[in-house]
Design a binder for this molecule. Sequence first.
Ligand code: TXA
Ligand code: MG
Length: 333
Amino acid sequence: MNRFLTDSQEDIERASNLLQSGEVVAIPTETVYGLAANAFDEQAVARIFEIKGRPLIDPLIVHVAGFEQAEKLAICDSELIQAVSRAFWPGPLTVILKKQACVPDLVTAGKDTVAIRMPGHPLAHQILAACQLPLAAPSANPFGYVSPTRPEHVRDSFGTKVSHIVDGGPCQNGLESTILDISNESEAIIRRPGPITKEILREKLGVDVEFVRAQHSADETKSMVSPGSLKKHYSPQTRLKLVEKDNLHTIVGDAQKVAYVSCRRSAKFENIAKDCDRFWLSESGDLKEIGRNVFDLIRQLDRLPFDLILIEKAENEGLGITINDRLTRAAAQ
Ligand code: TXA
Ligand code: MG
């Protein structure tokens, strides 16, 4: 049976004790739910890979409670990491840095770098502070499937394989953290777009940062800079197709059982497609709301008897770039 843990002191201690004794526990973060284990315990980390069905060549993010803990895991003496941590931690930004020798190769997939993040969700922070361990945690979904933004998503995917799920409610961002590679001091590269956009990074850090999209097919993983940036990812069982913004109405009339998903509630579309199964990701088109809802809605639709989920792209700027990145990969064949 699964057990949902609450934010009570007793349950935080329970989660912390389980982690200290080598168990895998699902924890909430402000981005998505994570499957957490003591980053120094190789057996516990191996169990994460096993539960997720994740290839061992795909490294994990290590979550920390404070900057001192990050310094034990990675080389944190550049000006840039100091500025990044001051501006964005705790929060939805992961940095890639040169690792310290103590970080197990299993966590970093043998790389000389490690991904580190200090989550902003109060429950994640309280658990990290209570167990006093760095926690390796990938998103708590089966490898390749849609990320979990609610505790029920973790239960639905893993059943009893994950015995304890800490319930922190729905995730505030609903999209995974931005990954910023600063392992080479002379350049900062976004490896995965996320809630912290390149405009925000530029504004707060005063440096230019580019998103370098890694385009790889599944069998190319060995040579990847960021192995998890596969072309196909976040995919539901039901076929998902993306259409350009405002073009949803042009596809109406397909014979299959189609779920039409617009970014915002639109009178135009409602008028044209009266008899269609229509869904929307936000009332007003607000990108934060779309980001918060997108994985949850795809998961809901995936449980219904549709042959096709047709989704309209978000506007391709700011957070919309992150949303479109996830949608494009969910739609990839
Ligand atoms: O929001 C998030 O980041 C969530 C929550 C749970 O913290 N975690 C998450 O982890 O999305 P995961 O494992 O699903 O995605 C981590 C990504 C993968 O694409 C992995 O390849 C990349 O980070 N990564 C980890 N360590 C890396 C490294 N040393 N160099 C390059 N990429 C790395
Ligand atoms: Mg993931």
